[in-house]
Design a protein around this ligand. Structure first.
Ligand code: CA
Length: 373
């Protein structure tokens, strides 16, 4: 491939960039047109994920690789894991102010920017992975998301989904609502607000800081993702009770946010490549999490002696009631209210559909599995 640097190195271009005078006019025209007019783009991507994290960290790397592949190397994205360019939770500001071109992270980390951001990751008792894809792509979610993020100079895309998350790792069993009172737990987003409403204390630590907080007793419990990603961070060594399912994150959607000025500087073909790369990673990651969560749940139980638990019914009911209020308080006016109302409206119709499709199917399959023995 001939690029500008090769041309300068070969002495074809002068220092000022003009074609050297020893070329004839014909040579200049035929030689210069196709190559020099194509601008190779190098973009930077900061992430909220620790270096080398499977699943989420890999999703960010995949976006970069696919953009490079699809553009035949004309758009290269350099990925900076959490803390290598900016601290993980400063990724949003870095992209908004242009010191990075894009981020890969969870929108609910930006709740301080807008209380509506959690609706684009996951909210307690909200949408599953395929439901949030339905709302964002077909139920008006993307338009509202674009409007919200444009206020900060950012363009947003779905760019990974973990599927159903687990309720978290606990040192002690949760047998009643009293066991949540005073509980110090790492749980971000609206899930944290639900825990606070029930008397617990919620912290939003980035992934790379959780294990040490658990080990030193700064927190009593943590949620992270699911069996696969949780295994890689080793929480089972500190907290033996693994609660599921995670009512707080029924299908966490992760995002790429791109600096709006950079986005608008791309031509339609380049924009289509960014969009297609993000969509394809959203697809790949959901399959990947679904497969590996199943594999690692088995491994955690058989090899690490992890004990599975489910929350008692009265705890689930109290969480659901608190979750409804937390969702409502996140959408009181302005764009936040419109996002909340759009989300709730989609959630209600999807809940009705799930009540005759996914819900009964899973119950029936489980009944069959038990009959099989
Ligand atoms: Ca989580």
């Amino acid at each position: 491939m001939i690029n500008r640097r090769n041309l300068i190195g070969a002495g074809v271009l002068g220092a000022g960039g003009a074609a050297a005078s020893f070329l004839t006019p014909d040579q200049r025209t035929t030689f210069a047109a196709p190559n020099i007019s194509r601008n190779r783009r190098e973009l930077s991507m900061v992430t909220t994920w620790p270096d080398g994290l499977p699943g989420l960290g890999e999703a960010a790397m995949r976006v970069a690789r696919r953009v490079s592949d699809m553009s035949d190397g004309m758009i290269e994205i350099k990925v900076y894991p959490a803390g290598t360019l900016v601290p993980p939770f400063e990724s949003f500001d870095a992209v908004a102010n242009g010191s990075a071109d894009m981020y890969h992270g969870a929108e609910y980390y930006w709740t301080a920017k807008s209380t509506a951001y959690p609706f684009f990751t996951a909210v307690p008792f909200g949408m599953t992975a395929k439901e949030i894809m339905g709302w964002i792509d077909f139920g008006g979610g993307q338009q509202l998301w674009d409007e919200l993020s444009a206020q900060f100079g950012i363009k947003s895309f779905q760019a990974a989904n973990t599927g159903h998350q687990m309720g978290g790792w606990f040192r002690k069993e949760i047998n009643s609502l009293d066991d949540l009172v005073g509980l110090q737990m790492r749980i971000p987003g609206q899930g944290g607000d639900v825990l606070r409403a029930l008397g617990g204390s919620a912290k939003a630590l980035p992934g790379g800081e959780i294990y040490q907080a658990l080990q030193t007793g700064n927190i009593d419990a943590t949620e992270w993702v699911g069996p696969w990603n949780d295994y890689s961070l080793g929480f089972y060594r500190e907290a033996p009770y693994y609660y599921g399912p995670g009512f707080h994150e029924p299908g966490a959607s992760l995002a790429v946010g791109m600096n709006l000025y950079v986005w608008e500087s791309l031509n339609p073909g380049e924009q289509a490549i960014i969009k297609a790369a993000c969509e394809s990673v959203n697809h790949t990651s959901l399959g990947e999490f679904t497969h590996f969560n199943a594999v690692y749940l088995d491994r955690l139980q058989r090899e690490e002696g992890v004990q599975l638990r489910s929350f008692p019914d009265d705890v689930v009911t109290a969480m659901a009631v608190a979750a409804r209020d937390v969702r409502a308080s996140s959408g009181k006016d302005g764009i936040e209210k419109r996002i909340y109302e759009s989300f709730e409206s989609s959630l209600k119709t999807m809940r009705d559909w799930a009540s005759v499709s996914d819900g009964p199917y899973y119950a029936a399959r489980q009944l069959g599995a038990e009959a099989e023995g």
